[in-house]
Write a protein that binds this ligand. Structure first.
Ligand SMILES: Nc1ncnc2c1ncn2[C@@H]1O[C@H](COP(=O)(O)OP(=O)(O)OP(=O)(O)O)[C@@H](O)[C@H]1O
Ligand SMILES: [Mg+2]
Length: 124
């Protein structure tokens, strides 16, 4: 089972990664983690991925890490899922954005509507 996870460094996305790890373990799956970052934020992106990589390594999950320079995380997630035949995309319900009144962030909303595969939106 191929699982794709999007992370932005938020607590929500960390919980999304934990759920992805749990599923990967259950189904002997692999996890690909991506973070889409803006120009000038490459150091931050590297840090975010390194932290994710450390926990995946510790959990002995087959994985890969990818940072993508861009401004459209949902499109990146959806395109990778399509091109590389992922079975599941895992995202948090919210991210770093501060509009706490919304139940779903714009990235998770768009992934749910555009994904070619199942999507798990981690809400807790
Ligand atoms: N830059 C990104 N790269 C990869 N995945 C991301 C990125 N931004 C968000 N995600 C994924 O989408 C989930 C929801 O984040 P989203 O950005 O939709 O919420 P938000 O930041 O609260 O709202 P908004 O960005 O619309 O203000 C995150 O938990 C994460 O899993
Ligand atoms: Mg956001």
């Amino acid at each position: 089972m191929k699982i794709l996870v999007g992370i932005d460094g938020s607590e929500h996305s960390k919980r999304a990664l934990i759920e992805a790890v749990n599923i990967a373990r259950k189904f002997s799956g692999s996890v690909k983690v991506i973070t889409v970052y803006k120009k000038g934020m490459d150091e931050k992106a590297k840090e975010i991925l390194e932290e994710a990589g450390q926990s995946l390594k510790k959990e002995k999950i087959n994985h890969s890490l990818l940072s993508i320079l861009g401004s459209n995380p949902s499109r990146a997630l959806v395109n990778i899922a399509k091109n590389e035949n992922f079975d599941l995309i895992v995202v948090g319900s919210r991210g770093l954005g501060s509009a706490a009144s919304f139940l779903l962030g714009s990235v998770s909303k768009s992934v749910v509507s555009q994904a070619p595969c199942d999507v798990l939106v981690v809400k807790k």
